[in-house]
Design a protein around this ligand. Structure first.
Ligand code: SF4
Length: 753
């Protein structure tokens, strides 16, 4: 516990709410006192700075933490971090609120009422570990299944987490993160590379983006924003040109040179249509493409025959003249690049990779490079969402489920079916917060929040270099929480597991130090350093040199921890070409379905986006692929402040919801002026959106040029089981999709309230 919270304070907090398992009202008062101290701050000997790693999203940006009397009062970006270079986004700033969250769990607790009733009784860590170990031991001796679920990640702490559950043994499932990792399976299908794709946005000259939220939270958000800045106004080069293809007028769409308001289900036709025009007009470097080998001849035959400009114009809504111009502009640019959102449909991702291959963007600066990756066996990971969905029918149900965090629940298509957990023998939550995991758990073993934790994280590929974001705890543990690997080690000891096999590290700190010592012995890379020195290290490595940044492994470890990470800037040239050669050439994937045939009587050159008149809103019959259940097509978008990784109990993020159109604390839906007129909806009005699966009330936001016949809703999963602030968010939009994936478009009706 932090030295500045005395035992009496702690007991006061502990008695405040939820039978004493959260900080409650007293926590909020404490937070106010810290705010006050920060506001009246004057330099004093009690002020210190340290580094940490932001865990509010998977990007792993470096953070500098200002502490007064060991209390963290301010976060800044770490200028040495090669991902963000000193920047910190709003989600990163909100990490302080996770530390002070009044609905954090104050220590271990056992359920004292029906599941989900939030009635708990505090217990000691000794009792908690004994109970968990005894349940686990019983499950093992009875042959019951054990399941461990948590957010996906890479690094020494993640590896130790998996090692323990492999030794138990347990089924493991991971929540996919919205990083380039999500695109890796399609990238592998095309090139054979078992790695994440890297989009070298910074050095591209012309970019077509299929829904990628480049200036919001794309793949590795601060890296993307920095790259975008250089792409647009890099020194000594022409300004990069951006075409955004997206159904809603997002921040990226507003900043683009050209915005094509095309809903997601029509974007695949456009991607293949562009490929078809380039091949048809022979605007490709045939020699370079032939050198890659593979199935280009078959692909070209299929795509050119099926994706004629007329067909594409009808299927995508993009006029032929625009299609031709887009393709010709792309081919004419020296370093064209096509990018895509991480959660795009697989067929669109295939189309985007095919386009990149055709414009010669594979394996060149300003194109698609190969990043870090997993081993082939590790690449096939069980999805946490599927594992939780299967709990309702799995036979026999797991005897024990361990939930490391709530990320899986926030990715579910629908609000969690808590009844499915009733089928499981025993459920343990390791989350530090009151959240969806505590709503289904029997035993709470709260682990440290990010500012209190050791970090050893391999950030997702952004520039292709290899990194380890690492740091010691920035702030003392404030409550009776424990380190994740220390909890695992205690359980392993109770179960008399072989510690070398199951839990070789007594703590996360040991695991991180072990990894840094390994890197020091490999004699490559450097601790995080300035951009100039990073480039210097890169030049040396290219020349086959490595200058030791420290005189011993222990010193190397200290320097890396002080800097906030380690990186190896060397990206092997031609790695992707080698992968493609080993793969037997490119495997271009033609789309499963052809676009619609031209509508009888329609002249594609006359098709414009304005052609779809409001009458189309009330009768779906003039559009063959309109959803049958309703009259408007509903798509989802994720607002940048929505947080899958951290605590949902961060009021500053809820205040930012809906910016720049100001819709804090609530769900909003965006529709165009034609649609608004057809439904009698005005800007700011309350509307009810109803699908075949349910209905949600939202605020209407009217946005010019939003395609008629469509409506886009902010995907803000309400946290009914979360802390008090999380519960204030107005609605859970997931019910509109039912069990269907969020990437699908559903038909809805809209009424005003
Ligand atoms: S981009 Fe992600 S990791 Fe980086 S500061 Fe923002 S929330 Fe944190």
């Amino acid at each position: 516990m932090a030295p500045n919270i005395n035992r009496r304070d702690f007991l006061t907090y502990a008695g405040a709410t939820l039978a004493g398992v959260t900080l409650g009202e007293a926590g909020r008062r404490y937070l106010a006192r810290v705010d006050e101290r920060a506001a009246t701050w004057r330099p004093s000997p009690a002020e210190t700075w340290t580094v940490s790693v932001c865990r509010e999203c998977p990007a792993g940006c470096g953070v500098r933490v200002r502490l007064m009397d060991q209390v963290p009062v301010k976060l800044e970006g770490n200028p040495l971090c090669p991902i963000a270079r000193g920047r910190l986004c709003a989600k990163g700033q909100a990490a302080l609120e996770s530390y002070f969250d009044p609905d954090r769990l104050v220590g271990p607790a056992r359920r004292d009422g029906p599941r989900g009733s939030n009635r708990w009784v505090r217990i000691s860590w000794t009792d908690a570990i004994n109970e968990c170990a005894s349940r686990l031991g019983r499950a093992r001796s009875n042959g019951g299944a054990v399941m461990a679920i948590g957010a996906d990640g890479r690094g020494p702490v993640e590896e130790a987490w998996s090692q323990f559950w492999r030794a138990v043994p347990a089924d493991m499932a991971w929540t996919e993160q919205p990083t380039a990792d999500r695109l890796s399976s399609r990238f592998r299908a095309l090139t054979g590379a078992v790695a994440d794709p890297v989009f070298d946005l910074e050095h591209a000259t012309h970019v077509i983006s299929f829904g990628a939220p480049i200036v919001e939270d794309w793949l590795s958000p601060l890296w993307a924003q920095r790259s975008y800045g250089r792409f647009r106004r890099g020194v000594g080069r022409p300004r990069g040109r951006l075409v955004q293809v997206e159904g809603r007028r997002s921040l990226t769409a507003r900043k683009a040179d050209e915005w094509l308001p095309i809903p997601p289900e029509k974007q695949t036709a456009l991607a293949y249509g562009l490929a078809s025009v380039l091949l048809r007009e022979d605007r490709v470097d045939r020699t370079a493409l032939a050198a890659l080998g593979g199935n280009l001849v078959d692909f070209e035959r299929d795509v050119v025959a099926r994706f004629t400009p007329d067909n594409v114009a009808v299927a995508s809504g993009v006029p032929v003249v625009t299609l031709l111009r887009l393709a010709r502009d792309l081919a004419a640019s020296p370093q064209p690049l096509v990018v895509v959102n991480a959660d795009a449909a697989p067929e669109l991702v295939d189309g985007v990779f095919a386009l990149n291959a055709i414009v010669g963007a594979l394996d060149r600066p300003g194109g698609v490079l190969v990043g870090t990756g997993r081993t082939p066996s590790d690449a096939r990971r069980q999805s946490a969402v599927e594992a939780i969905d299967a709990l309702a029918t799995r036979s026999p149900a797991p005897a024990l489920v361990v939930l490391r965090d709530a990320s899986a629940f926030r990715s579910l298509a629908a609000s969690p079916d808590t009844a499915a957990f009733d089928r499981c023998g025993f459920v343990v939550s390791l989350s530090p917060y009151l959240d969806e995991t505590t709503a289904v758990a029997d035993l709470l073993l709260p682990t440290h929040t990010p500012l209190e934790s050791w970090h050893g994280l391999v950030p997702p590929s952004s520039d292709g270099s290899e990194k380890l974001a690492c740091a010691a705890p920035a702030a003392p543990a404030r409550l009776e929480t424990r380190d994740l690997l220390a909890v695992q080690r205690s359980i392993a000891e109770k179960l008399s597991l072989d510690l070398d096999q199951a839990s070789p590290f007594a703590s996360s700190g040991e695991a991180v130090r072990g990894e840094l010592e390994r890197l020091a012995k490999l004699r490559r890379g450097v601790p995080y350093t300035t951009g100039f020195e990073t480039n210097w290290a890169l030049q040396l490595e290219r020349g086959g040199w490595w200058v030791a940044p420290a005189s011993s492994a222990a010193e190397f470890t200290k320097v890396a921890l002080d800097a906030g990470g380690w990186l190896d800037p060397y990206v092997g040239a031609g790695r992707l070409r080698d992968d493609i050669a080993r793969h037997g050439g490119l495997s271009l994937v033609p789309p499963a379905l052809p676009p619609a045939s031209p509508v009888a009587g329609a002249r594609p050159e006359e098709l414009t986006l304005a052609r779809v008149v409001p009458a189309a809103l009330v009768t779906a019959t003039d559009d063959a692929d309109a959803p049958s259940e309703g009259t408007l097509r509903l798509t989802a978008f994720t607002p940048a402040p929505v947080n899958l990784g951290g605590s949902p109990n961060q009021p500053v993020l809820f205040e930012l919801l809906g910016q720049p159109d100001s819709a804090p604390w609530q769900v909003w839906a965006e529709l165009g002026p034609e649609t608004a007129r057809a439904y009698g909806v005005s800007h700011g009005a309350r509307i009810r959106i109803t699908s075949a699966s349910g209905s949600v009330d939202a605020m209407a936001v009217v946005i010019e040029r939003t395609p008629p016949g469509t409506i886009a809703v902010a995907f803000v999963p309400a946290q009914r089981a979360g802390g008090r602030w999380a519960q204030l968010v107005s609605a859970d939009v997931r019910r509109l999709w039912g069990r269907r994936p969020r990437s699908e478009t559903v038909g809805v009706r809209v009424t005003t309230l």
